[in-house]
Write a protein that binds this ligand. Structure first.
Ligand code: G1P
Length: 293
């Protein structure tokens, strides 16, 4: 029997420098994809996968992200007064105690951000979702991973093939035996120097981890880029606990860059029945004026 995954950690303290100037005063996670902020997609993914507690690791200037999941008394009262439906707010409402926040006071790396949530995670398995990686799949990425986890337990990370020329930007695994969508992990390295990656299977930011990773993070050792890396802490567990990569079925959109954001917007717009026809028409007639309705 494996313990159920009930908690998910969302590291959202980052400055989002690749999206300046927008991120000067808007958290990257609050920039919209179609008509909802990026964070909503990761939260929807977690909720659909059965996660009950959302743990945001935030920092200064990120309060709007937490406010977003709170009750908006004036807005709701005004909408009600006008006889308007509140259904549109449903995805942004949270049940009592569902959202928990903790601060990462210094930008010491992804591993450090996850470690900041250690007292809230406690002694149970947990998920980590990096919201700027928008994962699209039916069932969604985390749901697919949890289904696999319920069979094999241990630690499971999503993995995705990228061209060899891109591996230096990511965490990369050294693969072992393949069993369907699961691949045994023999090693892991964060941002390998070009030409040295053990494979072209990168980590796209979805993890199911045992609490022991927090003990590995206790050491606070700096790795690639001088940061405390989650990849390094996970690598320490290999050989001690089952560790598998899951090749998820679906698409990944990297919203960490301006181009990625635009592509994700188009992809998600084309998936929305209420928005898709107008977008499709525009794309079909690229170069024509967009001012007519
Ligand atoms: C982080 C992780 C890396 C992962 C990547 C996915 O890197 O450290 O292992 O592959 O996210 O986006 P970052 O993009 O924060 O440098």
């Amino acid at each position: 029997m494996t313990d159920r995954v009930r908690k998910a950690v969302f590291p959202v303290a980052g400055l989002g420098t690749r999206l300046l100037p927008a991120t000067k005063s808007i958290p990257k996670e609050m920039i919209t994809i179609v008509d909802r902020p990026l964070i909503q997609y990761a939260v929807d993914e977690a909720r659909e996968a059965g996660i009950e507690q959302l743990i945001f690791v935030t920092g200064r200037g990120k309060s709007s992200l937490v406010d977003y999941f709170d009750t908006a008394f004036e807005l709701e009262t005004t909408l009600r007064g006008k006889g308007k439906s509140l259904d549109v707010l449903e995805p942004s409402s949270a049940s009592f105690g569902e959202v928990v926040t903790v601060r990462q006071q210094q930008p010491l790396g992804l591993g450090h951000a996850v470690w900041c949530a250690r007292h809230i995670v406690g002694d149970e398995p947990f998920a980590v979702l990096l919201p700027d990686e928008l994962m699209y799949g039916k069932p969604n990425c985390l749901a697919q991973m949890i289904e696999a986890y319920e069979k094999v337990g241990g630690n499971i990370v999503a993995a995705l093939e990228v061209p060899d020329s891109e591996t230096h930007k990511y965490g990369v695994i050294e693969p072992g035996t393949v069993d369907g969508r699961l691949t045994e992990i023999r090693g892991m390295v964060e941002k390998p120097a070009p030409g040295t990656a053990p494979s072209n299977l990168m980590l796209p930011g979805r993890y199911i981890l045992q609490p022991s990773v927090m003990r590995a993070l206790d050491a606070q050792e700096a790795g690639a880029g001088g940061e405390i890396q989650l990849t390094d802490a996970m690598a320490k567990l290999i050989g001690r606990e089952p560790f598998n990569a899951y090749r998820f079925q679906g698409e990944r959109y990297d919203c960490g860059s301006a181009a990625g954001f635009v592509i994700a917007n188009l992809a998600m717009a084309l998936d929305r029945p209420d928005v898709a026809p107008a977008v499709r028409e525009f794309l079909g007639g690229q170069g024509s004026s967009t001012t007519s309705q």
